[in-house]
Write a protein that binds this ligand. Structure first.
Ligand code: UDP
Length: 333
């Protein structure tokens, strides 16, 4: 049986990928420091608790990779708040670049041949045109996006030097929760639009702030490409099969190709929940491009991937169901 190491496997996207991989009767070890992830989200999969950015973790990785022959790594473990990355770039470079180097160093020493990397549309920066394809120039406009782009370069260099093949999956807006209802999005603090709109509909907090309604879009609010987290998870499985069949290193966008505005999201949450979504217009958030929409043609053509839960309605239905079930998020460990 092949074995996989999943860093950040207890996080939001990671836990959905673990669920998808576990359904294939796959040996999986999760490596997660549980700083943001939740042990409850990986079921009975083994968790090695370690922080990739700690220098001492190199020893933990050496032990783990000597004990178990991994065929590939799925690397989700990273910090992912844009605002925090502006305020504390050191944390982002240490974790997203330094932590990743710790991992790659161990992979090179133990000859693990392949890695799937959670990259982001934030590596593109302000788009020159939408939809954005993989050849669009990468000019990130915040430290978070820069750390992810730097790591794409690092991966290229490690391929040249050590033959480790990689797939960069550039996510657009991951959203929704598992259809089973027991895993979903639980960030602390929560900054993302869909969970925040759900919280507003539940009467929690002071209502939703809409960050700007004077953008050059049909309703004045920002447009994003929301992709269901299970569709993202499936793409990881396909990318893994691709690498295991000796596919060349490459990058794929992951979005649906459909843009939804902040107002579309509010209206969908209202419809799905049957409740009002109290909201007020607030100033623009720094660094928010008006439109980010993926062209996902490349992964459709290369791997046959296509979204199954592709509508905003389906995304919001699952997100709302998870919020209702876990009003206060996952139980605290
Ligand atoms: N947004 C908003 N209010 C919020 C959170 C987000 O208006 O409380 C907007 C944000 O400006 C962006 C969109 O919703 O245009 C999606 O933001 P999110 O933080 O969910 O994801 P991002 O696009 O930053 O990855």
């Amino acid at each position: 049986m092949s074995a996989l190491l999943v860093t950040g496997g207890a996080g939001y996207v990671g836990s959905h990928a673990v669920r998808e991989l576990a359904a294939r009767d796959q040996r999986i070890v999760v490596l997660d420091d549980l700083s943001e992830g939740h042990a409850a989200s990986v079921g009975d999969v083994e968790i090695v608790r370690a922080d990739l950015a700690e220098p001492g973790t190199a020893g933990t990785l050496d032990e783990l990779l000597a004990r178990e022959r991994f065929d590939a790594v799925l690397h989700f473990g990273a910090k992912a708040y844009v605002g925090e990355s502006v305020a504390d770039p050191e944390k982002y470079y240490r974790n997203n670049v330094g932590g990743g180097l710790n991992l790659l160093g161990a992979m090179a020493r133990h000859r693990v041949p392949a890695i799937i990397f959670s990259s982001t549309c934030a590596t593109y920066g302000v788009p020159e045109q939408v939809p954005i394809d993989e050849d669009h120039p990468q000019r990130p406009i915040n430290p978070y996006g820069r750390t992810k782009l730097v790591f794409e370069w690092v991966l290229k260099d490690f391929e040249n030097a050590h033959g480790i093949r990689h797939v960069n999956l550039r996510y657009f807006n991951a959203a929704g929760a598992h259809e089973d209802g027991d895993i979903g999005e639980d960030h602390r603090p929560e900054t993302h639009l869909i969970p925040r709109a759900c919280e507003a509909a539940m009467g929690r907090g002071e209502g939703l702030s809409v960050f700007g309604d004077d953008y050059d879009t049909p309703d004045g609010t920002c447009i994003r490409d929301y992709i269901h987290v299970q569709d993202l998870a499936v793409a990881h499985v396909l990318a893994l099969d691709y690498l295991q069949q000796e596919g060349e290193s490459t990058s794929f966008n992951l979005g649906t190709g459909t843009g939804s505005s902040v107002r579309d999201v509010i209206e969908t949450v209202r419809r799905v929940s049957g409740r009002a979504v109290p909201h007020a217009i607030a100033p623009r958030r720094e660094g928010d491009p008006a439109r980010l929409v993926a062209s996902a043609e490349k992964i459709r053509n290369a791997l046959g991937w296509q979204p199954r839960l592709g509508s905003l309605e389906q995304i919001v239905e699952t997100a709302w169901a998870f919020k209702l079930r876990f009003v206060n998020g996952y139980p605290r460990a």
